[in-house]
Ligand binder design. Structure first.
Ligand code: HDE
Length: 722
């Protein structure tokens, strides 16, 4: 056998192992250096300017053969001398950084925040003062409990973390898609997270709260039960990251030039409207497309359908706060919008996908204490714990104190101080001076600036030092009841179904009973429904620190009352077969595109179909790869022969049966009837729209704006559907 040797950069070799060296893709915009290829700027070491770049080691040493390691003879041992092999494997071995201890599974995108209404009268932060000003932003959405590779549709709270690169430094609003939290004091956070994550001996279940440990903990923590109501609602199975609200949760302070304070709670409201999936659907989406949410976000941004959220603020004074029937410093409480309205002051548009997931989404480091002068903390004890935790966790995750040098974390305004050195320091103070005060005149470097710098609200404290929970935090059930009763009946049913499902996964009967004992303090009917669903007798109500009071209901707490007004950005799955009606199909896609909706053809073969006028249409999904759970509505338009064929196909029958069970609007051609029969769809209802002629399609798309035909749900009643 001939030796494999590289001969110059033509890559010519002798004998049987001759292979061409891989080439970088040619193209006018091919990067000319590693640094450029990484999008990180910096010095350019490689000067090759044509489109064919030479592969190099990390040290810039040109590589002639990247296919074979250096060995003593063709069948001999590999040599330690092979620095190319060692460097490549060494680097690979160190590719992973610790995943986040919570919120490990996440997805990020770049965007811009624009202020539309100035708060300059009450807040000195520039980002909230100058109307029309645009501030670069990065957002990372996440689930909480699952690991990095867990599925997107786990029933879980979603993180909604926004970094705004303001002119006065980074402002991180690290929120969730639920406006309250499980616990009142940060010291309980490790317990909460340990309880919800996989159980430590067996390392399962992954990414779900439906297990003994979570419900054991929750049932011993009365303060958790407001959040539990939200968690068991459809808020935790959103249709898309684009259709969720975001909340800063805590009260913060806005400070004016004179140090006067106004309390504020932050809200992100999606212009896309609120929308969720059903639990039975979520379970199936996780199998069909575990990346459902990230794919949806990526596709929307790539197609130019940029999601937008309005930023709203609830502003209130110390006196307003004193009049609230609960303590606003307690993160298990929200302030209903009916009590303090949300004022919209700006909007956030996500308009650019990341170029590299690791560089941006994985390395982004949020910290609740990142806020420009003019925004300050309230005394929420949860918030103070977070301020410590986030900085601490970045050190562990990103490996040193210089994570602010990573492009996604670096402020866009000047950074000037005398902090230096440390692992991976990319910038260091220049010149001789690295301390202050100093007397180096023109070279003295930056100095503090009382007029521009951060100030804290001058709150006075005179209480004794003690470990104590304020009496004002002790009403645990009234807002839980308010949330439940603010839901529409179908949403209330989902909460009951979800509780029943989750508790049915709890093996210890006493834990189930203790959980239901809290429900008795929230709503007797809900408790009875869940107890019945579990097949158990009603327990005694949990001992309540304070009796539950009836608070007025609030429409803003319902998803269905705050849905979209159109089908824009939603996706239709269109089932076609050979011989499907071309005029109908053309009319349908015209109507969908006019609405701003997207569509995919689902066909028996991925190669596509030939319509009745001879037109070939490519398929996006083969029928078993595109189940109806991936779509907001479906159109089933087979030819008669196609329907007969599909009627024998399990995936095609599931497609229809699930679309029916999940209350989706279904457009259909007359010949689809054979398939519906085979799918055992009992009867067509008002959620079915027959598409006989092209003029029928517009009405169908308008019907789809309602997203689901809910009356069907009570008829179908999927077992354990949440
Ligand atoms: Fe977090 N949380 N958290 N959290 N949190 C983290 O920081 C923590 C809390 C939230 O996309 C960690 O960088 C404590 C509330 C989001 O990178 C960690 C407490 C809210 C993200 C941490 C809370 C959140 C995190 C893990 C109780 C909603 C993801 C990785 C006092 C307002 C950010 C990291 C991203 C991440 C600690 C409670 C939201 C360990 C101690 C309340 C969206 O620092």
């Amino acid at each position: 056998m001939a030796r494999s040797t590289a001969k110059g950069d033509t890559g010519k070799r002798k004998g049987e192992s001759v292979k061409k060296a891989p080439r970088a893709p040619a193209g006018a915009d091919a990067p000319t250096s590693y640094a450029e290829a990484q999008g990180q700027g910096g010095e350019t070491h490689q000067t090759t300017s044509d489109a064919t770049m030479t592969l190099t080691s990390q040290q810039g040493i040109p590589v002639g053969d990247a296919q074979n390691s250096l060995r003593a003879g063709p069948r001999g041992p590999t040599l330690l001398e092979d620095f190319q092999l060692r460097e490549k494997i060494f680097h690979f071995d160190h590719e992973r950084i610790p995943e986040r201890v919570v919120h490990a599974r996440g997805y990020g995108a770049h965007g811009v925040f624009e202020l539309t209404d100035s708060l300059s009268d009450i807040c000195r932060a520039n980002v909230l003062g100058e109307v029309g000003q645009q501030t670069e932003a990065f957002v990372r959405f996440s689930t909480v409990a699952g690991s990095k590779g867990s599925p997107d549709l786990a029933r879980d709270v979603r993180g909604f973390a926004v970094k705004m690169y303001t002119r006065e430094g980074n402002w991180d609003l690290v929120g969730n898609n639920i406006p309250v939290f499980f616990i009142q004091d940060a010291i309980k956070f490790p317990d909460l997270i340990h309880a919800v994550k996989e159980e430590p001996d067996r390392a399962f279940p992954q990414a779900q709260s439906a297990h003994d440990n979570f419900w054991d903990f929750a049932s011993l923590m009365p303060e958790a039960w407001h959040m539990v109501m939200w968690q068991m609602s459809d808020r935790t199975i959103p249709r898309s990251l684009r259709t969720m609200e975001g909340f800063g949760i805590h009260s913060f302070r806005l400070l004016d030039q004179d140090g006067n304070s106004t309390f504020v709670k932050f809200h992100w409201k999606p212009r896309q409207g609120l929308q969720s999936v059903l639990w039975n659907e979520a379970v199936k989406i996780n199998g069909a497309d575990p990346d459902f949410h990230r794919r949806d976000m990526w596709d929307a941004i790539e197609s130019g359908d940029f999601p937008v959220w309005d930023l709203g603020v609830q502003l209130f004074s110390e006196e307003d706060a004193a009049k609230l029937p609960f303590d606003h410093l307690d993160s298990t409480k929200l302030i209903p919008e009916e009590l303090i309205p949300v004022r919209i002051i700006g909007n956030l548009t996500l308009n650019r996908n990341v170029e590299n997931f690791f560089a941006s989404t994985e390395q982004v480091a949020f910290c609740t204490s990142n806020m420009p002068p003019g925004i300050d903390f309230s005394d929420d004890p949860l918030l103070h714990g977070r301020n410590f935790s986030y900085l601490d966790t970045q050190l562990k995750r990103l490996g040193g104190p210089n994570f602010t040098h990573i492009p996604v974390n670096a402020p866009r305004c000047p950074v000037m101080n005398f902090q230096q050195d440390g692992h991976m320091a990319m910038t260091n103070p220049k010149g001789r001076v690295n301390y202050e005060p100093n007397s180096w005149g023109a070279e003295a470097g930056p100095r503090e600036n009382p007029a521009r710098g951060t100030t804290s609200f001058a709150a006075g404290f005179d209480g004794p030092k003690q470990r104590v929970r304020s009496e004002s935090f002790s009403d645990h059930y009234s807002q839980a009841r308010q949330f439940l009763r603010s839901q529409q009946p179908i949403e209330q049913k989902h909460i009951g179904d979800a509780l029943t499902f989750e508790l049915s996964k709890v093996t210890r009967v006493d834990i189930r009973a203790r959980a239901v004992s809290h429900l008795l303090n929230i709503d007797a009917d809900l408790a009875a429904t869940v107890a019945d669903g579990l097949g158990m007798a009603l327990p005694e109500a949990a001992v309540a620190a304070k009796p539950t009071i009836d608070l007025p209901t609030s429409d803003k707490l319902s998803i269905l009352a705050n849905g979209p007004k159109d089908f824009k950005g939603r996706k239709m799955g269109i089932v076609l077969t050979d011989g499907s009606n071309a005029t109908l199909f053309d009319a349908l896609i015209d109507a969908l595109e006019a609405e701003g909706a997207v569509w995919e053809v689902v066909a028996p073969k991925i190669g596509g179909v030939t319509l009745d006028n001879g037109t070939a249409v490519a398929a996006k999904q083969k029928i078993d790869g595109g189940p109806s759970v991936l779509y907001d509505a479906v159109a089933v338009l087979p030819s008669a022969a196609g329907a007969a064929l599909l009627a024998k196909d399990a995936a095609a029958k599931d497609f229809c049966a699930d679309a029916f069970a999940h209350c989706k609007y279904i457009g259909f051609s007359a010949s689809a009837a054979a398939l519906f029969d085979a799918a055992r769809i009992p009867e067509t209802d008002a959620g079915f729209v027959q598409l006989a002629k092209p003029k029928d399609v517009r009405g169908f798309v308008v019907t789809c704006r309602a997203l689901r035909f809910w009356p069907r749900e009570t008829a179908v009643d999927l077992d354990a559907q949440g």
